[in-house]
Design a protein around this ligand. Structure first.
Ligand SMILES: Nc1ncnc2c1ncn2[C@@H]1O[C@H](COP(=O)(O)OP(=O)(O)O)[C@@H](O)[C@H]1O
Ligand SMILES: [Mg+2]
Length: 540
């Protein structure tokens, strides 16, 4: 903005080869402005002249050297202007005006910088906040050394066959039960606007970073509210988690070009820690849909033809490339939690489908559930996970999931009948299942630590065993959910009928089997009672 006083005619002079002294000349015209570091023009680097400007798209007629794809082009006199070469059309370079600078004019001379967009990586970045260009957004200094180009994926591409499949506990009943959080895998939190994706993602950050003390987290904020990013920064700082976190933001105020680069920028940082330092990384994105949206906006800007649903045809391959970078190798793992916005609450939106295909678990948040005041507002029937296998979660957990899904399915169809004839007309078995389903829905609702400021209730953390015990009790009708909450609080100490809480991690299959045995013993009497109900469920 301070450059507005500089005469527009200046750049034209640049065409003269010895431009260095000429560059300094117009400066006195704007005495108040700080002296800008003028690029010394190197005629050997001259690419050509700006031919046209349309939105963020800048076409450069190549008269000199041909730049690389993705290279940053610069304009002498304006060091803040960066044009990224997107593709070539005949003898023109089609570029994106990254910072949406208003200082561009047709006829300006453009030269190569021999650089691509890069971000700082490594220990110096811990506790820092950057934008997609790697510039600091906090008060700290800029980092010039140890930078990596964001568009080039590093690391080996082979997936590790080391099947560690380590379960991480999130303390959230419904997540630990339906979409187990497994190290090195991806979980999506999918929902329309305002159903609680951000709050749930924050709760996951809160719980997982607390339980995996010292784990390295990378947070990637794409196209969402600036306020939320700020709140998260403050929260992380207060809970002393910030020092193990690197944050990247390109929120809704940024240009689509910048928004589409935050994901790759954060992935670059994660890859470094994974491949060079062999770390296990927690990677949080809010919101990955905005990445697709930014790419689509950008391609519309570049004049490419949209495809199904208005998305540009190449966004899906770009999305896959990004998701592929967020994978685990034999050196380290990247475990990601990705919030996914659903436009118009339509789960069949092609972008949402494309994102869901890349995830191991998809937790669907529903507006109908949120309206009932249930948090997290999880749609128990639409939520799916490919990690719910006996090998990963153990036989007991696996069996319970099947029963819960059957009861919820039945609840869904009974709801309509009850709306017409009333609950008393149901058969006793149906009525029992209906009641169990209602108790389960209530059971999966829990208070969040990060929501304490608006709900006034402190957050709750449940171990996976507590969750399984609670569900078993509801299915077997051994305790009303209210009493159970109290029981759960007492449980970690002495009263647990099953194995001690600590025995969860490495080899879930064996341990849960061992646990399932005593549990079965204590509940044999109840189990007999539930059999007919289950049979009824299967019949239905
Ligand atoms: N667990 C929760 N407890 C209490 N209120 C919640 C909870 N989750 C969401 N909310 C309410 O819903 C609002 C929207 O949630 P948010 O996570 O920002 O939605 P989204 O990211 O899906 O658009 C929050 O501002 C908060 O008032
Ligand atoms: Mg949100």
């Amino acid at each position: 903005m301070d450059k507005s006083k500089t005469p527009v005619a200046v750049p034209i002079k640049i065409a003269v080869a010895e431009a260095a002294p000429a560059v300094a000349a117009p400066q006195p015209a704007a005495p108040a402005a700080p002296v800008k570091p003028a690029y010394i023009k190197d005629p050997k680097q001259l690419v050509g002249i700006i031919h046209s400007l349309r939105g963020l798209t800048v076409e450069v007629d190549i008269t000199g050297v041909r730049p690389d794809e993705r290279e940053l082009l610069i304009i002498d006199d304006y060091p803040d202007v960066f044009l990224e070469v997107s593709f070539f059309r005949a003898n023109r370079a089609v570029c994106i005006n990254l910072a949406n600078s208003q200082m561009l004019r047709c006829g300006q001379a453009v030269s190569r910088s021999q650089k691509k967009v890069s971000v700082p990586v490594g220990p110096a970045t811990m506790g820092r906040v950057f934008n997609a260009l790697g510039e600091p957004l906090d008060d700290g200094p800029g980092i010039t050394e140890n930078r990596r180009v964001i568009s080039e994926a590093s690391g080996i591409k082979t997936y590790r066959d080391k099947q560690s499949l380590e379960l991480l506990e999130t303390g959230l009943k419904v997540i630990d039960f339906l979409t187990p959080f497994v190290k090195g895998r991806k979980i999506g939190i999918v929902g329309g606007a305002g159903v609680g994706k951000t709050v749930l993602t924050m709760e996951m950050i809160h719980n997982v970073t607390q339980s995996t003390k010292g784990a390295l987290s990378i947070y990637c904020g794409v196209g969402e509210r600036i306020r939320e990013g700020n709140e998260l920064y403050v929260t992380l700082k207060e809970s002393d988690v910030l020092k193990n976190t690197v944050m990247f933001f390109g929120q809704m105020d940024a240009t689509p070009a910048i928004r589409s680069m935050v994901g790759p920028a954060a992935a670059t940082a994660a890859e470094y820690f994974r491949d060079e330092e062999g770390k296990d990384i927690l990677f949080f994105v809010d919101n990955i849909y905005r990445h697709i949206q930014a790419l689509t906006e950008l391609s519309t800007n570049l004049g490419l033809i949209p495809s199904e649903g208005g998305y540009s045809p190449t966004v899906y391959s770009e999305l896959r490339r990004l998701q592929d970078r967020l994978s685990s190798t034999d050196k380290g793992s990247i475990t990601s939690v990705q919030a996914v916005y659903i436009p118009a609450d339509d789960l069949s939106d092609p972008a949402v489908v494309a994102i869901s295909q890349q995830l191991d678990s998809v937790l669907v948040l529903s507006r109908a559930v949120a309206e009932q005041g249930i948090r997290p507002a999880v749609d128990l029937l639409k939520t799916t996970s490919s990690l719910l296998t006996p090998q990963i979660v153990g036989q007991r957990h696996y069996d319970l999931v099947g029963k819960v899904q059957a009861i919820m399915q039945k609840y869904d169809s009974l709801k309509n009948i009850i709306a017409i004839v009333g609950e008393n007309e149901l058969s006793p078995a149906d009525r029992k299942d209906y009641q169990s389903a209602k108790k389960l829905i209530e059971f999966f609702s829990q208070d969040f630590s990060v929501a304490e400021k608006f709900s006034g209730k402190p957050g709750q953390f449940f171990t996976r065993d507590q969750t399984l015990d609670g569900i078993e009790a509801i299915l077997n009708d051994t305790a009303p959910p209210e009493d159970k909450d109290k029981k759960e609080e007492a449980k970690p100490g002495t009263t647990s009928p099953t194995a001690p809480v600590a025995a969860t991690s490495e080899k879930p299959a064996e341990k849960t089997d061992a646990k399932a045995a005593p549990a079965a013993e204590t509940k044999t009497a109840d189990a007999k009672e539930t059999k007919p109900a289950e049979a009824a469920v299967k019949a239905a």
